[in-house]
Design a protein around this ligand. Sequence first.
Ligand SMILES: C[S@@+](CC[C@H](N)C(=O)[O-])C[C@H]1O[C@@H](n2cnc3c(N)ncnc32)[C@H](O)[C@@H]1O
Length: 342
Amino acid sequence: MSQPEKQRAPRNRTLTLSEQERAGLSKRLMRPPLPSSVRELTDQVVCGDSLALLPQLPKAFVDLLILDPPYNLNKQFGSETFREMSLAEYESWFESWFPTVLALLKTTASLYVCGDWKSSTAIHRVLDRHVIVRNRITWEREKGRGAKSNWKNASEDIWFATISNDYCFNVDAVKLKRRVMAPYRENGQPKDWEDGLGGQFRLTHPSNLWTDLTVPFWSMPENTDHPTQKPEKLIAKLLLASSREGDFVFDPFLGSGTTAAVARKLGRRFLGIELDEHYACLALKRVELANDDPSIQGYAGGLFWERNTLNQQPKSSAPVVEEQPLLLEPPPPYRVSRSKTK
Ligand SMILES: C[S@@+](CC[C@H](N)C(=O)[O-])C[C@H]1O[C@@H](n2cnc3c(N)ncnc32)[C@H](O)[C@@H]1O
């Protein structure tokens, strides 16, 4: 269904679709029946119902699965509404299709499953029955709404699991650049930190508590009107840690296309499925924009940066082999064409 144009502030960079763009993109979406070869499924955005399509996909072709299903909430996704159910019913719903998606994974594959506090316990129970659960990442979702008679909900979970003990994990690709609070020196030299033009920073090992993410909002070029869009920085961490260049990433609840756009930016192959045609078209548009601009907000110089360090970050997302002098200017304006907001 086409969505009415909203009035937006002049500096609002939210990615939108004109009627004409949508008509063009819609023709390029893949639709059922799906081809059976991995080659033909590569780098495609499918518009369709994953639960019906999963059994039609080839077996054992996926290196990394990103699962961001509807949480157990009443939520409108385009023309479809997901209805909240009991915890037990959510667990049964998840269990009803999860083994089908597992059949698509290689024995060396990793998977990440997103949830909030209401769905997370059910997800854990299902995962525990089928795969090796390795960790639960909790990330600070600082956009939560305040509540009068409850704690503000400002965190979400991502379960990390693998099919076997043979899996890839590139810890060096996901280190975090943090400001040094106590810049300790030994013989006058910084100990385990760098004294750069942009300040004093330390490279730290990534933990399972992520406080460096910003939920997309109107002034960010990655922002869309999707109600539960994940930050590109979050998905980039998952892809960089748990896949290699050229690996196949699958996302059966693609939404606005964050996984597909980040896969394109980081040189991974992908397949995404989304029920709602408007979101599927947005996903395709984001993949195309990624061809021209592979930058990921918060990831620069091959490193993830703490929030509010934009002025200290180098301009490029590409890895820096040698530490570069830190630049003080902000990055150049977004280069690719995008629908102008009113
Ligand atoms: C939590 S959102 C995913 C958001 C996504 N990670 C992003 O960054 O935009 C879940 C998405 O799954 C879609 N969805 C729900 N049921 C589906 C189904 N059976 N097949 C395909 N997509 C479905 C919804 O339309 C929604 O866009």
